[in-house]
Ligand binder design. Structure first.
Ligand SMILES: O=C(O)CCC(=O)C(=O)O
Ligand SMILES: [Fe+2]
Length: 220
């Protein structure tokens, strides 16, 4: 839990992969939950993504800036309602820069970070995400991941396969995880959410929200 008895130290989990516990202030958590609730309504409503093999993802997803569907980015959500996705707000881009600056201790490098899409995933207690690479982006800029609500096990693997070696990291409400550099194409996933471990003060009564900021590298 984010308000736990023992402080959780920040950790470089693998080269380029940094976990910063409780990075989001309580106020920012609440702001983000409020904003996500709006984005979930539209213009493209939150939904479970259907995979090309007919499988349906257990998380519910809504995108900003660009719409992700397996395995590409488009401006409009052809697999949902055809609408153009909501814009990525500049304040979230700024939070992304702050996140990169804090994770890597490199404010100058972070200033150039310009995410142009956010994927917002909502996990109920049973939702999981299988091991995958974030490789539909044409940029190797870091992925910034923000978590709110229930804790989860986040598995960071290697760049070669879905299997071992991997490290399991507990992501709690407010945590930041950045993966770039040598870990940018590492397989990763969420094998487990821990229901009832969130902080309702964020405005999220249950479940887990994860927001990833990315550079698509697709230009305008
Ligand atoms: O929920 C998470 O922590 C990871 C989400 C993720 O890997 C993704 O959206 O590609
Ligand atoms: Fe991912």
């Amino acid at each position: 839990m984010s308000g736990g008895l023992f402080p959780r130290p920040r950790e470089v989990v693998a080269p380029g992969a940094v976990h910063v516990p409780a990075w989001l202030s309580e106020e920012r958590r609440r702001e983000l939950v409020r904003a996500c609730r709006e984005w979930a309504r539209g213009p493209v409503p939150i939904r479970r993504t259907v995979l090309p093999n007919g499988g349906v993802m257990s998380v519910r997803t809504v995108c900003l800036g660009w719409h992700w569907q397996p395995y590409r980015y488009t401006r409009t959500a052809g697999d949902v309602n055809g609408a153009r996705v909501a814009a990525l707000p500049s304040w979230l881009v700024e939070w992304g820069r702050e996140a990169v600056a804090d994770a890597y201790g490199d404010p100058a490098g972070a200033a150039a970070y310009t995410p142009d899409t956010a994927l917002i995933n909502f996990y109920d207690g049973d939702a999981t995400m299988g091991m995958h690479q974030d490789k539909d982006e044409h940029s190797l800029a870091p992925v910034v991941s923000l978590s709110i609500g229930d804790s989860c096990v986040f598995r960071l693997g290697n760049t070669e396969s879905r299997g071992r070696p991997y490290r399991d990291v507990e992501l709690c409400s407010g945590d930041l995880f950045v993966f770039g550099g040598a870990s940018r194409l590492a397989y990763h996933g969420v094998p487990k959410v821990r229901p009832g471990t969130g902080d309702p003060a964020t405005g999220l009564a249950g479940g887990r929200l994860n927001i990833t900021l990315r550079e698509t590298g697709l230009g305008d």
